[in-house]
Design a protein around this ligand. Structure first.
Ligand code: GLN
Length: 201
């Protein structure tokens, strides 16, 4: 199979770091801003940044509804931090006008770690990522308050859920794109490859 094409939603946030991490795993990485750019991608990353801003820009750019439809139709998606918030079916404490893409049956609490401690790093063992724990970079990070039965919990930190997967939708509270360790992106790109292969049958 040719290399999968993985987009990064490029409305706001740390887009460039994800493009670099994806390219390092052998994917063809490209920014996505418009609905038409969703055509022809095999997977999509929702970056870290500010989830309210990203959701408002997604509405403005007319990309929110087409994106929801693609996710519902099975597009593999990976969200980090703000991206995790966007993938939650429900936000515990949304700001006004804040919408989500949805895709994971979970309730997320925004800035959950942030109030006490704006930013920190911790070793996080992630199910599905072989070898040493990954270095989790948490920046005003959310945690997952609760999950539905179809959601697999992949990692916890301090008793709080910080990585989840439901079908081909993956989310982490932390930012693997900032560490130079591309194993979480490799896990996602493997999911994208497996889905593309299954779709081609
Ligand atoms: N606290 C931010 C939000 O609500 C997320 C922070 C991040 O992505 N680093 O969107």
């Amino acid at each position: 199979m040719s290399d999968p094409v993985v987009g990064v939603l490029a409305l706001q946030g740390d887009v460039r770091e994800h493009l670099v991490a994806l390219a390092a795993t052998g994917a063809v990485a490209r920014p996505v801003r418009r609905a038409q750019e969703l055509d022809g991608i095999d997977g999509l990353v929702l970056p870290g940044g500010e989830s309210t801003t990203i959701s408002k820009l997604a509405v403005l750019f007319g990309v929110l509804d087409p994106l929801r439809a693609r996710v519902r139709a099975g597009l593999p998606v990976y969200g980090t931090c703000a991206g995790m918030i966007l993938l939650a079916d429900k936000i515990l404490d949304p700001r006004s006008g804040q919408e989500t893409v949805g895709g994971i049956d979970m309730i997320v609490r925004r800035n959950a770690f942030g109030r006490q401690n704006e930013s920190f790093e911790a070793a996080v063992a992630v199910r599905g990522v072989p070898g040493e724990p990954v270095e989790g970079v948490f920046i005003r990070a959310p945690w997952v308050e609760s999950v539905g039965g179809a959601v697999e919990v992949l990692a916890e930190h301090d008793g709080h859920i910080v990585a989840v997967r439901q079908g081909d939708v993956l989310a982490t509270s932390f930012h693997p794109e900032l560490t130079g360790d591309h194993r979480v992106h490799a896990l996602f790109v493997d999911m994208v490859r497996a889905r593309a292969k299954a779709d081609a049958l």
